[in-house]
Design a protein around this ligand. Structure first.
Ligand code: CAA
Ligand code: NAD
Length: 283
């Protein structure tokens, strides 16, 4: 099967990044969001990042225009009727994702593959919201998408070999490195990363050190490109909390309990960089 028409659902930081890399790799892309403001912001962000790449001489002006011409905004899931491949990057919540997959299943062509960029949720359960679980798969990009080379590929219980192979090939076409992982909560990346971030938050909560000092220890002492609290703000504290909850519920092990301070910040609307405040304050 040839995949040319791609649709991305959710134009937040991940969806916009995913749409950008597909457009730059020669696919025709529809970027969808239920929120008009978010859609506009996502489209503008892509334009800004491509312009910066021209400035930095990573791409030419012509490559920028070609990529932008391949990219169109969409405000209805009905547009999936012309897609060969749809990838969802909406909020990390099973009920919302199942609702989106149910609606996509009803409108997307029979041959279309439906993927989720979920950070931690079971692909098998998302796939069960459709009548094509063999064509549902996890395609987990890392943030920031245009920069990070990894894509975790997760098979649900019923994902077919044909679907897996198509997604592996597509990942290579995007110049990313695919790694296959089993359908377990948090897969590999977030099962390892998120407990470290959660522990850094406990370290603030218990007054062991300030966020700045914790980040400095991990940056200078263990060569992380960003400290764990800067990274948590960058990922989104809501997303970090959802992932910890998935690990806690999925394994039933208290070692994954989310730090109460993380919960408190999310309840206050301190979601990190995207809301202007998290462990740090942003312009
Ligand atoms: N979007 C797109 N490109 C970006 C970007 C963004 N938000 N932020 C930085 N970049 C690019 C820019 O092109 C920049 O180069 P130019 O300045 O030449 O344009 C380049 O990255 C380097 O950026 P900076 O010099 O500003 O800063 P840096 O050297 O610290 O690199 C970084 C930035 C690549 C983000 C680096 O700090 C890093 O690797 N941080 C850790 C990222 C990480 O761990 N990501 C995984 C998160 S977990 C996840 O994604 C899974 C999940 O489910 C939650
Ligand atoms: P975000 O909050 O930046 O964006 C989510 C977008 O989805 C919002 O613009 C929202 O309006 C839109 N949306 C919500 N429901 C929708 C619906 N029913 N139809 C269309 N649009 C809808 O979130 P994000 O950080 O981009 O994360 C999106 C997904 O990617 C989550 O599943 C998250 O776990 C995963 N993920 C996040 C990161 C990260 O570092 N933030 C990394 C990898 C994967």
């Amino acid at each position: 099967m040839t995949i040319q028409n791609v649709m991305v659902i959710g134009a937040g930081q991940m969806g916009a990044g995913i749409a950008q890399v597909f457009a730059q790799a020669g696919f025709d892309v529809l970027l969808n969001d239920m929120n008009e403001e978010a859609l506009d912001k996502g489209m503008k962000n892509i334009e800004k990042l491509l312009a910066r790449s021209v400035e930095k001489e990573r791409i030419t002006e012509e490559e920028k225009s070609t990529a932008l011409n391949r990219l169109h905004a969409s405000s209805t899931l009905e547009d999936a009727s012309s897609s060969d491949f749809v990838i969802e990057a909406v909020v990390e919540n099973m009920d919302v994702k199942r609702q989106v997959f149910g609606e996509l299943d009803a409108v997307a062509p029979k041959h279309a593959i439906l993927a989720s960029n979920t950070s931690s949720l079971p692909i098998t359960e998302i796939a069960a919201a459709t009548n094509r679980p063999n064509q549902v798969i996890g395609m987990h990009f890392m943030n920031p998408v245009p920069v990070m080379k990894l894509v975790e590929i997760i098979r649900g219980l019923q994902t077919s070999d044909e679907t897996y192979q198509a997604i592996e090939k597509m990942t290579n076409q995007l110049s990313k490195t695919p790694v296959e992982v089993k359908d377990f909560p948090g897969f590999v990346s977030n099962r390892v990363l998120m407990p470290m971030i959660n522990e850094a938050i406990f370290t603030v909560y218990e007054g062991v050190a300030s966020p700045e000092d914790i980040d400095t220890v991990m940056k200078l002492g263990t060569n992380h490109p960003m400290g764990p609290l800067t990274l948590a703000d960058f990922i989104g504290l809501d997303t970090c909390l959802y992932i910890m909850e998935v690990l806690h519920d999925g394994f039933g092990d208290s070692k994954y309990r989310p730090c109460p301070l993380l919960r408190k910040y999310v309840h206050a609307g301190w979601l990190g960089k995207k809301s202007g405040r998290g462990f740090y304050q942003y312009e």
